[in-house]
Write a protein that binds this ligand. Structure first.
Ligand code: SF4
Length: 367
């Protein structure tokens, strides 16, 4: 028998009951999150601001709520509307994003904000296809914004929802092949009223109760319907594909300091950490070790300390070399790949991505 046949079919009378149980639980226990409206606002019929929903959903991709909250508050404080974000210089937005990782998201964020401001009068489209047509908005984000901001009946499936649904219906098919079956189950449960709250209720359940390890089934509002719980296999679902070993790369970053200023460059728009301010380096990438010669001849000190950093597809051991002279003309590098001389004492304000921020701290200790 194919494994898919073991999945329980939602009885059409049960689906609304599952959704109702989730919504009741959500009304009593919804997480308080910076981007959400309050229960009082919800009860008064206030709709979430699409800009806040979109911004939070982009930030939350591959990133935890704890890591996102301060960034979200800082962005909203500085750019309270999508028009304000659209009008911001790209380098300011990239610098404000520094440390949050997955920097392609920041570049897409700028492109999307500018498209909403220029082509839609500052208002986000209110349908999934309309949102999907914006730059940088994929299927998940379009569904989430459509459901949460506009109460469209969209099936919103993030990692939390994936886990809850795979367990609820004991879906044994490994990910990612199980995605279509999971989406179909979510669509079956989707209530006609409050689809946005339903999406958030599912996310909350996965984040707080149906956790990857030790799910709190005794507290779960849908335990009575849960097939994985009945079979005692909750923790084994969803079935994940085996992890691939990540290639290990090496590289070197160059610390060139003159008169209290360090040379920073702007990375190429496309590729790793695209468009971000950074230390110059020897050209490492996901596919090869760095091998370029130092950017200027002279005396260099190679440090023993290195930065170990893990990207999605590879790990990097970044060594550091400090320029020791002779004295160079500070003007020499200006206008080279966005190069600038940045005051060392204000390096934390440079908006360096985490990798280079760590490297800069080590260099400062050894200079
Ligand atoms: Fe998850 Fe347990 Fe609830 Fe099933 S009963 S959905 S396994 S928390």
């Amino acid at each position: 028998m194919p494994v898919e046949c073991r999945e329980k079919i939602v009885d059409e009378r049960e689906a609304p009951r599952i959704a109702a149980a989730l919504l009741d639980h959500y009304d009593a226990h919804a997480r308080t999150l910076a981007w959400r409206i309050s229960p009082q606002q919800r009860a008064a019929g206030v709709r979430p601001d699409p800009y806040r929903v979109w911004l939070s959903e982009v930030m939350l991709q591959q990133t935890t709520v704890a890591a996102v909250t301060s960034y979200f508050n800082a962005f909203i404080g500085r750019w309270p509307t999508v028009e304000a974000l659209a009008a911001a210089p790209a380098e300011d937005v990239l610098a404000a994003w520094a440390g949050l990782g997955y920097y392609a998201r920041a570049r897409n964020l700028i492109a999307c904000a500018r498209a909403v401001a220029a082509d839609h009068g500052g208002r986000f489209p209110d349908t999934e296809p309309g949102l999907r047509a914006l730059p940088g908005i994929g299927g998940y984000t379009a569904a989430a914004v459509a459901a949460i901001a506009f109460d469209r009946p969209s099936a919103v499936v993030d990692a939390n929802v994936e886990r809850v649904t795979a367990r609820l219906f004991a879906i044994h098919t490994p990910l990612p092949a199980a995605k279509s079956a999971i989406r179909a189950k979510v669509a079956q449960m989707l209530p006609a009223a409050r689809p946005g709250d339903f999406a958030q209720a599912m996310m909350d359940l996965g984040a707080t109760i149906c956790t990857p390890r030790n799910p709190s089934c005794l507290l779960c509002p849908v335990a009575g319907w849960c097939e994985a719980r009945a079979q005692g296999i909750a923790e084994s679902l969803p079935v994940k594909p085996p992890k691939k070993a990540k290639p290990a790369r090496t590289g070197t970053a160059w610390w060139i300091e003159q008169q209290g200023h360090v040379l920073l460059v702007q990375r190429a728009d496309k590729g790793m950490l695209g468009g971000m301010r950074a230390l110059p380096d020897d050209g490492w990438s996901a596919s090869r070790n760095g091998n370029r010669a130092p950017p200027l001849a002279g005396q260099w000190t190679q440090l023993d300390a290195a930065v170990a950093h893990v990207f999605t597809h590879f790990s990097l051991d970044l060594s550091l070399a400090l320029y020791r002279g002779p004295q160079i003309d500070k003007v020499a590098f200006e206008n080279l790949n966005g190069a600038c001389w940045w005051p060392v004492e204000r390096i934390e304000e440079a908006g360096l991505p985490t990798l280079f921020a760590k490297a800069a701290r080590i260099a400062i200790q050894h200079r």
